[in-house]
Write a protein that binds this ligand. Structure first.
Ligand code: G3P
Length: 218
């Protein structure tokens, strides 16, 4: 399973890359705003850190401007994936950019049929938002199960399921059990995945016993 990091914070991306946890990066307009940096500059810097796909999202809503923005973003680096919203114009841009070899991440997906449309439009990734469905008391992970099942029914569809709006370790465990191709995780959630209280307790006990021996390895 691929881990993408859902942030525009380059220091966090560098630190997580050293752990081997960065197969790619996703950003969105809110994350770029949070970084306080110029979009083109921060995307270029992220693309230098990881060879994996770096999603950069368009902000126009009409086809022509969205396409121009996508082509501009694609020009920043060879590993940019253009992110478009799941709207009629977004699907049209997805079709146009995918046809010329640009990987497209279709975002803001909230239904299985939306995911089917994105795959037919040639999307490299579909981004269903599980946390935002959970927020509305709907089962976000059921959406992942439905999309994975639909895509498996039609093996010619090559779109990867990129689980987004991941809020906690349980989302991650469930997404992996369902066989989602990718999850994009905020850095804090990746760090939560590392932690287990029994690991900490066990390590404390080992170190206390080791101290009693008076030995040192080096
Ligand atoms: O990748 C999309 C993600 O950033 C949305 O997450 O927590 O804002 O719903 P959230």
């Amino acid at each position: 399973m691929k881990f993408f990091v859902d942030t525009a914070d380059v220091a966090e991306i560098r630190a997580l890359a050293e752990l081997g946890m960065v197969d790619g990066v996703t950003t969105n307009p809110s994350l770029i705003a949070k970084s306080g940096r110029k979009m083109a500059e921060v995307i270029a810097e992220i693309c230098d850190i990881t060879p994996g796909p770096v999603s950069a999202e368009v902000t126009a809503t009409d086809y022509e401007t969205m396409l121009a923005e996508g082509q501009f973003l694609r020009g920043i680096a060879s590993n940019v994936a253009v992110k478009v919203p799941l709207t009629e114009a977004g699907l049209r841009v997805c079709k146009a950019l995918s046809s010329e070899g640009t990987p497209v991440n279709v975002t803001l997906c909230f239904s299985p049929v939306q995911a089917l449309l994105a795959a037919k439009a040639g999307a490299a990734y579909i981004s269903p938002f599980v946390g935002r469905l959970d927020d509305l008391a709907q089962d976000g992970m059921q959406l992942i199960a439905d999309i994975v099942q639909i895509y498996r029914n039609y093996p010619h569809l090559t779109t990867e399921v990129l689980v987004a709006s991941v809020r906690h370790p349980l989302h991650m465990a469930q997404a992996a059990k369902l066989g989602a191709h990718v999850a994009t995780l905020p850095p804090a959630v990746i760090r939560q995945l590392i932690k287990h209280p029994l690991t900490d307790r066990g390590l404390d006990a080992f170190l206390a016993d080791w101290k009693k021996t008076g030995q040192s390895i080096l």
